[in-house]
Design a protein around this ligand. Structure first.
Ligand SMILES: Cc1ncc(COP(=O)(O)O)c(C=O)c1O
Length: 334
């Protein structure tokens, strides 16, 4: 089976499973699970922040960040297609009374600085209080440049806002930009990092930031039902991922470039944009996509729409099989 739906589909390897089995455990709600504590401290250290908090998912991590930065009647600015706005079931609004202010992304996944400035509301009883700028990196498979990050967060700060980064795939960004994690994280008050995407852990995200912010997030996590007990079993997978699966992300990026190049030579397969990290995006006619999806499914190859994602469990052998299948599909339709 070849599964390109997302990098979330990866399965833990034998080494990761062994690390989970052997992890020293405690009760994390009492704060004494040594493996969770080590994971939180490790990511805090690598990102240059004071503290970390282990959470069940990226969605819970982003939500705890929004709830910890903003109060009822506050507002956060995010991209129209940002995960924190569009794909988290409106959690910040539903659970926190926090108003989202979405604005469009450009093709690079950047929010126009003038748009940001325009939607920051003056202190007026008619308006919500604009409190937070929320960015994402990578965004739609693209690595956001440090120059843009510095400019956008600088603008936010000069208007008194705090800044959160949804860094679900920040290690992919660091690989592509050839930057240290600390450098990317430096302009942000908080960063949410997923362990269960390209890093291939079965679950878990870590939120990092200043100690008092993380303490507030810890309370929210408990309220959201996210206080887990012997969570070290999962944290051990995260630690294993940090040790073994970060440098190999370059392989996913290389595979994505290779696949993109090969597909773009097949009639009917057009790349929407150049490949940057572990995702490729195709432009395909409305009737071709369902036919291709079914054709590939019959060969035990899973895709989800026109975004195809490379990850640890897609080998170069799989790529050959996939390319041949796409060639055969195209030939049959000629
Ligand atoms: C950019 C981004 N942020 C956050 C998340 C949420 O992560 P989770 O699925 O662990 O809730 C995702 C999930 O795919 C994502 O792509």
């Amino acid at each position: 089976m070849i599964d390109l739906r997302s990098d979330t589909v990866t399965r833990p390897c034998a080494g990761m499973r062994a690390a989970m089995l052997e992890a020293p455990l405690g009760d994390d709600v009492y704060g004494d699970d040594p493996t969770v504590n080590l994971l939180e401290a490790t990511l805090a250290d690598r990102t240059g922040k004071e503290s970390g908090l282990f959470l069940a998912s990226g969605t819970q991590s982003n939500l705890c960040a929004l709830l910890s930065h903003c109060g009822r009647g506050d507002e956060y600015i995010a991209g129209q297609d940002a995960h924190t706005y569009k794909y988290e079931a409106g959690g910040a609004a539903v659970l926190g009374g926090i108003q989202p202010q979405p604005i469009p992304w450009n093709a690079r996944g950047e929010l126009d600085l003038q748009d940001i400035q325009r939607v920051i509301k003056p202190d007026d009883i008619h308006f919500a209080k604009t409190r937070l700028l929320c960015l994402e990196n990578t965004v739609g498979g693209k690595a956001v440049s440090q120059a843009y990050t510095d400019a956008a967060t600088g603008l936010a700060r000069s208007n008194g806002l705090v800044c959160h980064l949804d860094g679900a795939r920040i290690f992919n960004a660091a690989e592509k930009l050839d930057l240290k994690l600390k450098k990317i994280c430096q302009p942000f008050d908080s960063i949410s990092i997923c362990l269960s995407k390209g890093l291939a852990a079965p679950a878990g995200s870590v939120l990092v930031g200043e100690a008092d912010f993380i303490q507030r997030a810890r309370r929210w996590r408990k309220m959201l039902g996210g206080g887990m007990r012997q969570a070290g079993i999962l944290a051990a997978a995260g630690l294993y991922a940090l040790e073994h699966n970060v440098t190999r992300l370059a392989e996913d990026h290389k595979n994505a470039r290779f696949l993109g190049e090969a597909l773009s030579k097949i009639p009917g397969f057009t790349l929407t944009e150049p490949v940057e990290t572990n995702m490729i995006f195709l432009t395909m006619s409305g009737e071709t996509l369902p036919a291709l999806t079914q054709y590939l499914a019959d060969l035990d190859i899973k895709i989800s729409g026109t975004r195809w994602v490379l990850h640890k469990d897609v080998s170069t052998g799989h790529l050959q099989t996939l390319i041949q299948a796409c060639e055969a599909f195209a030939a049959a339709r000629e």
